[in-house]
Design a protein. Structure first.
Length: 101
């Protein structure tokens, strides 16, 4: 965990390269699951990626882009954890995004 309380990301992401558009530029951390306490859970479980400011603006208004990231993070998490851990409302995310279209 770093000084900002982020654990290492579960998805391959690099500072200075946007996870979405792959542009090498200034990036910021984007917590994949946010709202209702999920931001802290994202930081704790590594559900974050580095993205450029343009993609960061888009992701909050583009449902498909947002859902794509959520599904990628959930699939990666399930490679090493049970669905019950992901669905736990106190320590996990509490929602299965893989079932959404």
């Amino acid at each position: 965990m770093d000084r900002n309380k982020y654990n290492p990301p579960i998805l391959a992401t690099e500072q200075g390269t946007c996870f979405i558009c792959k542009t090498e530029t200034e990036t910021c951390r984007h917590e994949i699951f946010y709202g209702k306490g999920n931001r802290a859970t994202s930081k704790k479980l590594g559900f974050w990626v580095n993205i450029c400011p343009e993609c960061h603006r888009k992701i909050h208004s583009d449902r498909e882009m947002d859902l794509m990231l959520k599904k990628l993070a959930e699939m990666k998490y399930l490679e090493t954890h049970d669905m019950s851990e992901f669905m736990d409302t106190k320590t996990g995310i509490g929602k299965n995004y893989l079932d959404e279209y």
